[in-house]
Design a protein around this ligand. Structure first.
Ligand SMILES: NC(=O)c1ccc[n+]([C@@H]2O[C@H](COP(=O)([O-])OP(=O)(O)OC[C@H]3O[C@@H](n4cnc5c(N)ncnc54)[C@H](OP(=O)(O)O)[C@@H]3O)[C@@H](O)[C@H]2O)c1
Length: 301
């Protein structure tokens, strides 16, 4: 395999696997930098994906790993942090962005494509997640220097293996008959991972002269309640899905966030306070109804 011009951090995750699969279909070699010693099975079978173990917080290790790469794509992100002050969020989002940019500047990387999130806002973000994502954006916009910068800002992302429809499908199957939903009135415009991957590849191929921020939403807005009811309908699960009042949702989240791989946290609930929708901005084409039934009914992992 020729030396890859693309380096991906966080490439073993949900979005990264879809991106790697698409890059393989396009015949484009890339290097995935990961904390894991071994690539997950989904990446191991991809001939143009090189897996390299790397401590992504170690700038020297990143410099070595970036050798030959013209574009770095940073997909690292976390949704949960046990630290009540959000230090884990700041480390994974802000500090890592700083380290990645420093290593990129030193190694002649031309372009950084950074996966942020819709509503990322350093000052007004209602959650540690959104504030730390916003702080990373501010940092990168301020100090990108000669490295071209693209910030991608998706709403919630769906597709086979997602943490949204697939996760609610699992929870609904376990629910006895009534399913009480925290954050039910939050508005979301789910965007298809395939569309996100296409926009990412277009971004890779067109380093902007000035930093570019791109909001990514699917064609339709809906409340979380509507999307979860839709999930139950697709799976023909007869459940009463009802909004859980905030007075109960907050204590439930406080308990749930103590679980391993928590289904919900206080910080998640805070993120849902701002609508993750795009207003008049252009929408991505693929509708939930076009793809979700097939993978939910197939029980995609
Ligand atoms: N999925 C969505 O709905 C959605 C919506 C908006 C924004 N985003 C953003 O899009 C990006 C990718 O999302 P995703 O759903 O693909 O995430 P994901 O499945 O959780 O994967 C993220 C990857 O980041 C690495 N990682 C996780 N925790 C880390 C930590 N503490 N330090 C360093 N690396 C860590 C892991 O790679 P290794 O284990 O290989 O190191 C993991 O595979 C994230 O930045 C996320 O915030 C996602």
């Amino acid at each position: 395999m020729s030396s890859p011009e693309l380096c991906i951090l966080g490439g073993t995750g949900f979005i990264g696997r879809h991106l790697a699969a698409r890059l393989n279909r396009l015949g484009r070699p890339h290097r995935v930098l990961s904390r894991r010693p071994e690539a997950p099975e989904a990446l191991r079978v991809l001939p143009r994906t090189e897996h390299r173990r790397c401590d992504v917080y170690d700038e020297a290790a990143l410099r070595a790993a970036f050798a030959g790469c013209r574009t770095v794509i940073n997909l690292v992100g976390i949704l949960h942090d046990r630290d009540p002050h959000g230090r884990g969020f700041r480390r994974a989002h802000l500090e890592l962005a700083r380290t990645v940019l420093a290593a990129a500047q030193d190694t002649g990387v031309r372009h950084l494509v950074h996966m942020s999130a819709l509503n990322a806002d350093a000052d007004r973000g209602p959650s540690h997640y959104l504030r730390s994502k916003g702080e990373a954006e501010v940092y990168l916009l301020t100090f990108h220097g000669d490295v071209a910068l693209t910030l991608l800002r998706p709403s919630v992302v769906f597709g086979p293996g997602d943490g949204f429809f697939c996760r609610f499908a699992r929870l609904l199957r376990l629910a006895p008959g009534v399913f009480l939903l925290p954050g039910a009135h939050a508005r979301l415009a789910p965007v298809y991972v395939g569309d996100l991957v296409e926009r990412t590849i277009e971004a890779i191929d067109r380093p902007p002269a000035q930093p570019r921020r791109l909001a990514l939403c699917g064609p339709r807005d809906g409340t979380l309640l509507e999307w979860v009811r839709y999930t139950a309908a697709v799976l023909a699960l007869r459940r009463w899905i009802l909004p859980l009042p905030d007075t109960l949702a907050w204590p439930l989240a406080a308990i749930a966030q103590q679980l391993p791989g928590p289904p919900l946290s206080l910080d998640n609930l805070r993120s849902l306070r701002v609508p993750a929708v795009c207003g008049d901005a252009p929408r991505q084409p693929t509708a939930v109804e076009d793809v979700v039934p097939a993978y939910l009914r197939a029980g995609a992992p």
